[in-house]
Design a protein around this ligand. Structure first.
Ligand SMILES: C[S@@+](CC[C@H](N)C(=O)[O-])C[C@H]1O[C@@H](n2cnc3c(N)ncnc32)[C@H](O)[C@@H]1O
Length: 302
């Protein structure tokens, strides 16, 4: 129990409701809206009290707790992202409803949708008639998206270069992608420091640029643009400022990212010396994950 001094900051009814959720392993479907309303209306000074009440659930047994604890030192690690893709909830009833709740959030759907966006881009490349298409992924994480592509396209002619600065993410990605037909190379390095040594038909990055400040965002566009092959595309995912799960991510999992608008993305592309008519912004079906698509307009590799 939290001290009465802390408790007075939240309404008694809210406190009772929250203790009930902890007891039953998270909100049930009919409680989602009430719980979300509580989180969305918390005042900044109430967040600590709120977290204190749900503390028994904010540990590595739940996905929200994994986000909060950050066992690999940063939010949105390969484990969390993989579990979102696979919709894997902890079967233990002490925690399951928290995971079901988290996995049902619009942002989790948007992450799964972005995998579809990636798959579509790869399928297009796979059909472009080239002997071998080259794809570079910045911040590959679990590479569950690559695994799905290779599994569904065993005769794939795509060669993937995967970059991540977390050795654990690389190990996990490698363990998932130990497939006979896969042509994958892994690089454990910071994307700010990697020196690309070839031209790519697709440079893909999702769930990474959201963490960068504008300065680095712009720097990275400019840096990698130079390695686009003729007609190549650079696609950068970034969560929209309209993400309805933003507050839940921040309060439950202490997970902060730079939410951006379509106009922010286009402006940064132009600041990175991209011609205006080279850049467009698309989105997955929920409009939560935006994709800045930059086409190489130059004939021949840059
Ligand atoms: C949220 S995950 C996204 C994974 C994957 N792109 C996806 O969409 O499924 C972000 C990944 O980027 C990696 N990462 C973060 N900052 C990085 C950096 N500066 N250089 C290389 N990798 C980075 C993290 O280790 C993590 O695995």
């Amino acid at each position: 129990m939290i001290s009465s001094k802390t408790q007075f900051k939240l309404q008694k009814e809210t406190i009772k409701f929250l203790y009930g959720l902890v007891e039953q392993g998270g909100p049930k479907t009919h409680e989602y809206q009430t719980f979300t309303d509580i989180v969305n209306h918390l005042k900044p000074e109430q967040v600590d009290s709120f977290r204190e009440i749900i503390k028994p659930s904010l540990n590595e047994n739940t996905l929200i707790g994994h986000g909060f604890v950050k066992p690999y030192g940063y939010p949105g690690d390969f484990y969390l992202i993989h579990n979102i893709y696979e919709q894997k909830a902890n079967p233990d009833p002490k925690y399951k409803s928290w995971d079901d709740f988290f996995l049902s959030q619009p942002a989790a759907h948007a992450v799964r949708n972005r995998k579809e966006f990636f798959l579509k881009s790869c399928r297009r490349l796979g059909k472009n008639g080239k002997d071998e298409a080259k794809v570079l992924i910045l911040g590959c994480g679990p590479a569950t998206d690559v695994k799905q592509y290779i599994t569904e396209n065993p005769d794939s002619r795509i060669r993937f270069d995967l970059i991540d600065f977390d050795q654990k993410a690389i190990d996990f990605a490698r363990s998932q992608n130990d497939l006979p037909n896969g042509s994958i190379e892994y690089f454990r390095i910071n994307v700010l420091r990697f020196k690309p040594y070839m031209y790519y038909d697709l440079i893909w990055s999702a769930g990474l640029f959201d963490y960068f400040k504008e300065k680095h965002f712009i720097y990275l566009i400019n840096k990698y643009l130079k390695n686009l092959a003729e007609n190549g595309e650079f696609i950068i995912g970034n969560f929209s400022h309209l993400n309805p799960t933003k507050r839940l991510m921040e309060v439950l999992s202490d997970w902060y990212i730079n939410h951006r608008s379509k106009y922010d993305l286009l402006r940064m592309a132009v600041e990175a010396e991209v011609d205006e008519d080279q850049a467009t912004v698309e989105m997955e079906e929920l409009g939560i994950n935006l994709f800045l698509r930059i086409k190489n307009s130059i004939n021949g590799s840059t």
